[in-house]
Design a binder for this molecule. Structure first.
Ligand SMILES: [Mg+2]
Ligand SMILES: [Zn+2]
Length: 186
């Protein structure tokens, strides 16, 4: 089977609002999906890319929400946007898992499960941990730049020299940059 390229999409702050970037939705009624999300997923898919959501949800490990609720919200984002798959890390930084961004575990697992060509793939995210996870997986990235994008997280500060391939201030702008660089393949 031929391997397919993917665009990995961070969830909170990219596909859905994240209450100012500081928190993820804990309940379905707090979920506000971006008005751009469905259209950009469709545009990406029409160019032959898989669309794969990759989201850190440490509030599960922190006891602030249940895994079931986190998975249900992620599946709602997936189905509402038409994305092909969604992966979720429910761990915290102290858990030493291999899936919590800035680690690349979710991207690598998706690549195995969906025969994804990582070298031809992209990631769009709004924090430095997204850029770092992409880099570790050998995937190019576009930063949806926000005032909090480079702030330290529980994983620490961004490593010196970490840079996305491109930056844009809107999700549509990020997708335009990905598609402008992606030659169609058959
Ligand atoms: Mg985010
Ligand atoms: Zn994890």
């Amino acid at each position: 089977m031929a391997r397919r390229r993917a665009v990995f999409l961070d969830r909170d702050g990219v596909l859905n609002e994240s209450r100012g970037g500081a928190a993820s939705p804990h309940r379905m009624e707090d979920l506000q999906i971006s008005s751009e999300a469905r259209d950009v997923v469709n545009r990406i898919q029409q160019r032959g890319f898989l669309t794969v959501i990759v989201t850190n949800q440490p509030d599960v490990a922190r006891g602030q929400m249940t895994l079931d609720d986190a998975l249900e919200i992620s599946d709602r984002v997936r189905s509402a946007t038409g994305a092909d798959a969604a992966y979720l890390c429910a761990h915290d930084s102290g858990d030493a898992c291999s899936c919590r961004k800035p680690k690349p575990g979710m991207l690598l697992q998706a690549a195995r499960e969906h025969s994804i060509d990582l070298v031809g793939s992209w990631l769009i995210g709004d924090r430095w941990v997204d850029v770092a996870a992409a880099k570790a997986a050998g995937v190019r990235s576009v930063l949806l730049e926000r005032e909090y994008s480079w702030l330290p997280t529980s994983a620490g500060p961004p490593p010196p020299g970490l840079r996305p391939a491109h930056r844009a201030s809107t999700l549509t702008g990020c997708v335009d940059l990905v598609l402008a660089e992606s030659v169609d393949e058959d």
